[in-house]
Write a protein that binds this ligand. Structure first.
Ligand code: MSP
Length: 675
């Protein structure tokens, strides 16, 4: 069986868990679940870094004994990860005896090999990022030396001590050779280039002990010194793998398959110091180090001093309150949001309004609707004794597109997860969500039911349910609870294997289905306001309304006011506000018999479906419109055309005989108001 060992950084315990630390841990959990679902043996480790000077100072500032303090804080991290659904993992603490033994043995080995020596150290230390800087790396400004990495940290402190040094400078060439010989060992590619140029600038030996700190792993045979916190912390990865006493376990698990870290600790520590330390100890460097981007809070960097860290459990509690969903579902939604919203390697901006939009659009609407609609139709049409919510209908003629798309999407999701592109995986999954909704809209089972075409209806619903089942497999690493709930509604109880997504017709004909309860209830404006009131103990955050806000006052006329178009009267903002413009998603499109210009469309406005007759037949093939987001006038009086009632109008631009439908340039939810 193949093995996969992945790690997160071990987090400093001077801070409580926040969405930054949750981000890395949840990404690792998603990947661990993915590798487990593929049948691999997975070792997943996370933990706490407890020997930092800032941890000691945080305990002192609270008047607490440092041991009691770190025990309490490590507990907070363990609880947060449990609550956020982080599955089976090893939690390593640097204050554990097994790690202290590993740290000392590692130090001894490097001493024996001649890579550690004693010397005089004079330099500048940043307690905030626990990093030493040479004077020229951190120039003086207005009488103090600000931290070159994080200027908001406390000014650097001068350190003059006799210390031990690690001969990092000897490893520059070997590091470059390793990077060159192992494409893919440093990801994403653009960060690898930063590492290469950092190493090429020349590496200095690093001071790896501190005297008079009194909190840390004692240097072997010299307890006047403790091991520098970074040197100590990096070793945690091999402690977990079994170093130094369990050679069998080390053989099985080392080198680690993947170290996931944030970009802050990527270049200097995980891609330079750590592989060099391993080389010095005669151990292999990791197979891959991935450096992801950073979350900002509503445009501002999150930091302890600004007090704007977002705590993931509080955020999930807020979402639970405003959505009226269960707590585990709210937590799943937070997991989804964090990886859908920003590309994994890049930085992004957190805002509650985007979370609400993703919840309503992607989850309540797109994901929730397909399964819910199909199950409700089954309940209306295929009920029997012993299956009050309906039974899985028998298969009918293959619905080629939907079925054939599943293996294609499976390959995309798998490749994205292998490449640690979490957003790419979610985008591929949502392409299938859109295809499934498009399929249901196109095959219109409600029409088949009305027409009494029972066999065809069974086939359509059967395929819709199969499509939803396949989705539960891909969703299981990211939203394990929602995936289980969807499976329960589909009458399935097992946790899926990854390969299950490649089966079609896996649902058992006649098996009872569960009750079709919407898994992600839509967050409406009233709930949002109530929820915010309830949670108002928290820092107020800007929240986008889910329903129209009051119409803004008309702007004062200005000299630059646009010229009136000839023949069209100027209107006031009040006139414009009378037009209700909304984003609509095309569910189905077909030609109207004996009408060359007309297309008969069914569109979704989120909560309701409308019929629209549009004069687009000369410009668009009907099938190319299914699944598109368009702009619709939603309050136009209904009009009868060719025996059908048109309940709205789509907006299109026209020039030089060409017609182009307007569409929003991001995936806004169906029904979103346009102003
Ligand atoms: N203790 C060291 C790591 C030692 S690993 C051998 C440390 N700890 S930390 O608590 O500061 O955690 C830093 C890590 O937390 C980042 O590398 C990243 O994984 C995560 N994040 C912290 N803030 C973050 C954001 N704002 N956004 C995304 N991830 C962030 O450094």
């Amino acid at each position: 069986m193949s093995r996969f060992f992945l790690t997160t950084p071990i987090y400093y315990v001077n801070d409580v868990p926040h969405i930054g630390t949750a981000y890395t841990t949840l990404a690792a959990d998603i990947l661990a679940r993915f590798h487990r679902a593929r049948g691999e043996e997975v070792l997943f480790s996370t933990g706490t870094d407890e020997h930092a000077t800032k941890v000691l100072r945080a305990a002192e500032a609270r008047g607490m004994n440092v041991r009691e303090f770190v025990d309490g804080m490590a507990g907070r991290f363990q609880e947060a990860w449990r609550e956020l659904g982080v599955d089976d993992h090893v939690f390593i603490r640097t204050s554990e005896a097994r790690h202290i033994a590993a740290g000392q043995e590692f130090f001894r080995r490097l001493q024996e090999r001649g890579d550690i020596y004693q010397g005089e150290y004079e330099g500048w230390y940043c307690v905030g990022c626990e990093t030493f800087f040479a004077a020229e790396e951190a120039p003086e400004k207005e009488g103090v030396r600000p931290c070159p990495n994080e200027p908001q940290h406390k000014p650097l402190e001068l350190v003059r001590e006799t210390n031990y040094f690690f001969a990092l400078s000897r490893y520059g060439d070997r590091l470059l050779e390793w990077i060159d010989a192992n494409p893919g060992c440093l990801l994403p590619e653009f960060r690898k280039n930063e590492v290469v140029s950092f190493i090429k600038q020349g590496l200095r030996d690093v001071c790896i002990t501190r005297s008079a700190v009194g909190w840390g792993i004692p240097v072997p045979d010299d307890d006047s010194q403790v091991i520098y916190v970074w040197f100590d912390a990096l070793i945690n990865y091999i402690t977990v793998a079994g170093f130094p006493n369990d050679a069998e376990s080390m053989d099985a698990w080392w080198p680690a398959s993947l170290h996931l870290v944030g970009k802050d600790i990527y270049v200097r520590f995980h891609c330079t110091l750590w592989p060099a330390m391993l080389m010095a100890a005669g151990l292999k460097p990791p197979r891959c180090v991935f450096g992801h981007g950073f979350w900002m809070n509503e445009g501002t960097k999150m930091s302890k001093s600004l007090g704007n860290f977002i705590e993931p459990l509080k955020l999930a509690e807020w979402l639970e309150t405003v959505s009226g969903s269960t707590r585990p579902i709210a937590r799943d939604a937070v997991r989804y949001f964090l990886f859908r919203e920003m590309p994994f390697g890049e930085d992004g901006n957190f805002s509650r309004s985007s979370l609400v939009q993703r919840f309503n659009g992607d989850l309540a609407n797109d994901l929730g609707n397909g399964l819910n609609r199909a199950l409700n139709m089954v309940r209306q049409n295929f009920v029997r004794e012993g299956a009050p919510d309906g039974e899985t209908p028998p298969p009918s003629e293959a619905e080629v597109r939907l079925k054939a798309l599943a293996p294609e999407i499976h390959a995309r999701v798998t490749a994205s997860l292998e490449a640690i592109d979490l957003q790419g995986a979610l985008t591929a999954i949502w392409d299938y969500v859109a295809a499934l909704n498009g399929y249901i809209g196109e095959r219109a089972p409600w029409v088949l039911a009305r027409q009494g075409k029972r066999d065809e209806l069974a086939g359509v619903l059967r395929h819709a349910l199969e499509g939803a089942r396949v989705l539960t497999v891909w969703l299981s690493p990211v939203m394990p609870v929602a995936s289980q709930e969807m499976r329960a509604q589909l009458g399935l109880s097992s946790t899926p294997t990854w390969e299950e997504a490649l089966q079609w017709d896996a649902l058992q004909t006649g098996a009872p289905l569960g009750s079709p309860v919407p898994i992600f209830p839509r967050i409406d404006r009233k709930r949002l306001e109530e929820g915010n009131r309830i949670m108002s103990g928290e820092t107020p955050q800007s929240v986008a309304p889910a329903a129209p806000a009051p119409t803004p006052a008309p702007p004062a006329p200005t000299a630059e006011a646009p010229q009136q178009t000839e023949g069209i009267a100027t209107i006031g903002i009040d006139d414009f506000a009378k037009v209700e413009l909304r984003v609509a998603v095309v569910l189905s499109a077909e030609r109207v018999p004996k009408a060359d210009k007309l297309l008969h469309l069914k569109v979704s406005l989120g909560d309701e479906e409308r019929t629209v007759l549009a004069g687009l037949a000369e410009y668009y093939q009907p099938e190319t419109l299914v699944g598109r987001r368009v702009v619709m006038v939603a309050n136009l009086a209904p009009r009868k055309l060719r025996g059908l009632i048109s309940q709205g109008m789509l907006l299109a631009a026209e020039a030089d005989g060409k017609v182009s439908l307007l569409q929003p340039d991001t995936e806004l939810p169906a029904g979103a108001r346009i102003r």
